[in-house]
Write a protein that binds this ligand. Structure first.
Ligand SMILES: [Zn+2]
Length: 65
């Protein structure tokens, strides 16, 4: 457990850690804001409540908007 500043609540909260198999998600206990979600062996999936583009080098997006 660690203390984090939640940008949505605008207060410092004790992050809640949810483990589902290889997936670890750290959220705000008040509003559910996802600080980070990652899968062991794969990488970060969500950071600051936003999906992280695939970090695997071989799967570059074909076009950027
Ligand atoms: Zn919050």
């Amino acid at each position: 457990m660690a203390r984090k500043h939640c940008p949505r609540c605008k207060v410092t909260v004790e992050e809640k850690v949810i483990r589902e198999g290889n997936k670890v998600t750290k959220v705000c206990p008040n509003c559910g804001f996802i600080f980070v979600s990652y899968e062991i062996g794969k990488g970060v999936l969500i950071f600051n409540n936003e999906p992280v583009p695939d970090t695997v080098p071989n799967t570059k997006p074909k076009s950027r908007i």
